[in-house]
Write a protein that binds this ligand. Structure first.
Ligand code: SGN
Ligand code: CA
Length: 504
């Protein structure tokens, strides 16, 4: 019998381990909502590259977030825990994400993974426990953006943010240690406010007219929190900063980073937009409709660049052969309003911002074209990826791995039938009252607190656009049952503040 030399043995064992450990690539966008993704049947645009992930893997139809806002949602991705447990409840000045706590990248690193976060990060403390990172300061800029590197120096780069984030991601993939599996998060800035498109993506949308959501004009009947917000297209959305009308390109500020050529394309384009505005500006209803069309054109154009850049990353994985052993996920920090209830922004527990897009491919392990309808919550993301990497999920993570669910290995009846929500940030910047709530397959019960004290109940099966608060007309038994389920969830997730509130 031949004796295998020890070095060869070590090599074989490590190769074997590697073959079992998938690479993990998470593309994490900002404010990109299901209504604008063609895999979800969007009427607004086609997103062929994002759709590719769903086509080659699974499309998740019911993925919800715990707290629909950026920094808190990132903290959930990293920790697998609700905001009150990971410590980051809002984007406000008193926010603090403790970087020393347990996080997915640190757990994967213990299992030989090489880890990186590139792009928008948006936690006030810098990344911790990644082998590599290069992040935008705070919200970052669309043109000639700064990035903070691992030496903590800030460098300004020439180019459009979405292209640069992909360039840096591909660069890192190329030079990474090929002996190790990787975990890379690509943090996109798109499609965040104030939606500044790459000049080359302006023409595609210039002459398109988009359908209006059926509840675009909403009187907020019996929904006081919805009436009190400050996130309407009509009043909150700004002609200058958001819709780029009447911009002085010689001034500093958010347009100050553009080069002369970019300014020229913008000026020509938005001058034409202004001319169309001049024609209708005396009619207030026409103005709101005009703002909606302008908003969509800019938002969708930033999504166009992102979709194209995701295509570049997927092509890279295919051409290097990495695709066959790489899990690719596309998701966003939350959903967004595209004119529903007359709004932009997020925060509310209503469907459009409670949901987030999610699709995932893993060749050979996830059947192409699968659909997952069970309720997934973003606390499940970290446990699932840790599970795929072959590591035991830490007991204090509050989410559950859906690995077996997506490969049809777990009976669907064992999965959660309701989810728990808690939003905190008030009053700035959009005056959405804090609330806790439960969403079951048929109902949604919400308790607003702080500036107002109100319950809302919706039958989302018969009223999917959530226009009818039935808290006064629904049966006592139904309300009592939902309230007690809500209390159970608050207790299960150890949300003591909510337990106290709900006892009152
Ligand atoms: C900024 C935006 C808000 C947005 C928050 C949070 N205003 O404050 O509209 O809700 O970010 O967004 S802006 O005029 O500065 O664009 S998040 O995605 O980071 O949560
Ligand atoms: Ca966001």
């Amino acid at each position: 019998m031949k004796i295998i030399p020890p070095f060869l043995l070590v090599l074989l064992v490590s190769l074997h381990l590697q073959a079992q450990q998938p690479n993990i690539l998470v593309i994490f966008s900002d404010d990109h909502t299901q209504q604008t993704i063609s895999a979800y049947g969007s009427k607004l645009m086609q997103t062929p590259h994002i759709d590719r992930i769903a086509r080659e893997g699974a499309l998740f139809n019911n993925v919800f977030v715990t707290n629909s806002i950026c920094a808190p949602s990132r903290a959930v991705l990293l920790t697998g825990k609700y905001s009150h447990v990971n410590g980051l409840k809002d984007n406000g000045l008193n926010r603090f994400f403790n970087p020393d706590q347990q996080q997915i990248q640190k757990i994967l690193a213990q299992k030989n993974y090489q880890t990186a976060w590139i792009g928008k990060w948006h936690l006030q403390t810098l990344p911790n426990g990644f082998d590599y990172w290069k992040v935008l300061p705070d919200q970052g800029n669309y043109f000639q953006p700064d990035f903070i590197g691992m030496n903590k120096d800030t460098t300004r780069y020439n180019g459009y943010v979405t292209d640069l984030i992909s360039d840096f991601s591909l660069e890192w993939l190329n030079k990474r240690d090929q002996q190790k599996p990787f975990f890379l998060v690509v943090g996109e800035k798109a499609t965040h406010r104030n939606w500044m498109p790459d000049p080359r993506d302006l023409p595609e949308f210039e002459h398109l007219e988009f359908p209006f959501p059926e509840n675009f004009f909403d009187g907020y009947d019996k929904r006081q929190a919805a009436a009190n917000q400050d996130m309407t297209i009509s009043k909150t959305m700004l002609m200058h900063d958001d819709l780029k009308i009447g911009v002085d390109y010689n001034k500093r500020g958010m347009f100050g980073r553009m080069n002369e050529e970019q300014k020229k394309v913008y000026k020509d384009y938005y001058d034409r937009a202004q001319q169309s505005y001049e024609k209708i500006k005396h009619d207030s209803i026409e103005v709101v409709k005009w703002k909606y069309q302008r908003y969509l054109r800019d938002y969708l154009a930033t999504a166009r660049s992102m979709d194209r850049n995701i295509g570049r990353i997927l092509d890279y994985l295919d051409s290097t052969g990495l695709a066959s052993n790489t899990i690719v996920i596309y998701t966003s920090d939350q959903g967004f309003y595209m004119g529903e209830h007359g709004w932009f922004d997020k925060r509310f527990m209503y469907e459009e911002s409670l949901r987030t897009p999610f699709m995932m491919k893993y060749p050979g392990k996830i059947q192409p074209g699968s659909k997952v309808d069970q309720m997934i919550v973003n606390i499940d993301f970290a446990p699932t990826l840790i599970d795929y990497a072959g590591v035991n999920v830490p007991k204090d993570m509050q989410g559950k791995s859906f690995k077996n669910l997506v490969s049809n290995l777990q009976p669907v009846k064992d999965w959660r039938k309701s989810m728990y929500y808690h939003y905190y940030e008030y009053p700035e910047p959009h005056k959405v009252a804090p609330h806790v709530g439960i969403r079951t397959e048929q109902y949604k019960l919400i308790r607003f607190y702080g500036p107002i004290d109100r319950w809302e109940l919706f039958d989302i099966k018969s009223d999917p656009t959530e226009m009818h608060n039935i808290i006064e007309s629904a049966s006592k038994q139904l309300i009592a049952s939902l309230k007690s389920q809500l209390m159970d969830l608050a207790r299960e997730y150890k949300d003591e503040e909510a337990v106290q509130l709900l006892m009152k």
